[in-house]
Design a protein around this ligand. Structure first.
Ligand code: AMP
Length: 260
C-alpha cells in the first residue's frame, strides 16, 4: 500500500506520472487540480469560489482545498493508500496534513520531487494549453503559476527532506523512463507493486454529443459488462473544455476477478 505525494512545478508531469504510479501500486490517484476543476465544471458553490483563483494562477484558499481532499480521503470510502498530486501546496497545508496523517497513521511513505528545467516546463504547458484548452495554460498565467510554486510550494521540499521522505527524480525524457526512475527510487521502501489493477478510459466522440453524460455512463456500463467478472476499484471523472463545450471522460480502475 503506497501513500505518496508528487511535489513538482506545474508541467513537470505530476498528473501523468501520478496516474501511472497509482496503477502500478494499485491505489487511486488524487489530483486536487482535477477535483477542483470538477467542482468548476459542475458549477458547485465551491467551484465558483475556486475558479476565480484558478483562472488567475493563484492558489485556492486552504480551507476550500482541505475540505475537498479530506472529504476524498476520509469520506464515506476512506482510503488507506493513494498517490496525491497538487496537495499539500503550501507550508500551512503541509503542516496541517502531517498532523492529520500522524493522528490517523496516514503520513506519506514518500514525497517524489520531479525535476524539470523551467524552459521545458513552459514549453510543455503551452503545448498542453493548445491541446486541452485548459484556461490557466496561457503564457502569463503559466509564468505566474511557476512564481507561485517557487514562493509557496518549493519550501515544502525542505519540510519533507527534514522528515527523510523526499525522493528526487529527474523528470525529463520519455514518460516510461521517468516512471522507471521513480520506481527505482521507491524500491528501497519495499512496497508491493501490483499490476492487477487495470483501467480503461471512456469518452463520447468529440462533437455535438460530447456532453451527453448518460450516454457516457451507458458506454462505461457496456464496457464493464464485457469485462465481467471485474471488481471496480475506483472511478475518476475528468472534464476538458473544448470549442464544443465540456468534454467528459471517465477512467475506471478494476481488478479482474474470478467468478464466485
Ligand atoms: P494543477 O492542476 O495541480 O496545476 O492545479 C490547478 C490550480 O488549482 C492551481 O493553479 C490552483 O489554483 C489550484 N490548486 C490545486 N491544488 C491546490 C492546493 N493544494 N492549494 C491551493 N490551490 C490549489
Amino acid at each position: 500500500m503506497l501513500r505518496a505525494l508528487l511535489l513538482a512545478p506545474p508541467g513537470a508531469g505530476k498528473g501523468t506520472q501520478g496516474e501511472r504510479l497509482a496503477q502500478v501500486y494499485g491505489v487511486p490517484h488524487l489530483a486536487t487540480g482535477d477535483l477542483l476543476r470538477r467542482h468548476v465544471a459542475e458549477a458547485t458553490p465551491l467551484g465558483s469560489e475556486a475558479k476565480v483563483f484558478m483562472d488567475r494562477g493563484e492558489l485556492v484558499p486552504d480551507r476550500l482545498v482541505v475540505d475537498v481532499i479530506v472529504d476524498r480521503i476520509a469520506g464515506p470510502k476512506p482510503l488507506a493508500g493513494f498517490v496525491l498530486d497538487g496537495f499539500p501546496r503550501t507550508l500551512a497545508q503541509a503542516r496541517q496534513s502531517y498532523d492529520w496523517g500522524r493522528l490517523r497513521g496516514r503520513t506519506f511513505h514518500a514525497v517524489i520531487s520531479l525535476q524539470v528545467p523551467e524552459d521545458e516546463l513552459v514549453r510543455r504547458l503551452l503545448e498542453r494549453g493548445r491541446r486541452s484548452g485548459r484556461t490557466d495554460d496561457t503564457e502569463d498565467t503559466i509564468r505566474h503559476r511557476l512564481a507561485v510554486y517557487a514562493e509557496h510550494t518549493a519550501p515544502l521540499l525542505d519540510f519533507y527532506r527534514g522528515r527523510d521522505i523526499l525522493v528526487e527524480v529527474d523528470g525529463t525524457g520519455l514518460v516510461p523512463e521517468v516512471t522507471a526512475r521513480i520506481r527505482d527510487a521507491l524500491s528501497p521502501l519495499q512496497l508491493p507493486a501490483t499490476r492487477t489493477v487495470h483501467h480503461f478510459t471512456q469518452a463520447n466522440p468529440r462533437g455535438p454529443s460530447q456532453r451527453d453524460v448518460p450516454a457516457l455512463l451507458r458506454r462505461m456500463a457496456d464496457t464493464l459488462e464485457k469485462l465481467r467478472p471485474a471488481k471496480v476499484h475506483d472511478v475518476t471523472f475528468g472534464t476538458e473544455m473544448t470549442e464544443d463545450g465540456p468534454w467528459h471522460h471517465l477512467t475506471v480502475y478494476f481488478h479482474p476477478s474470478e467468478p464466485d
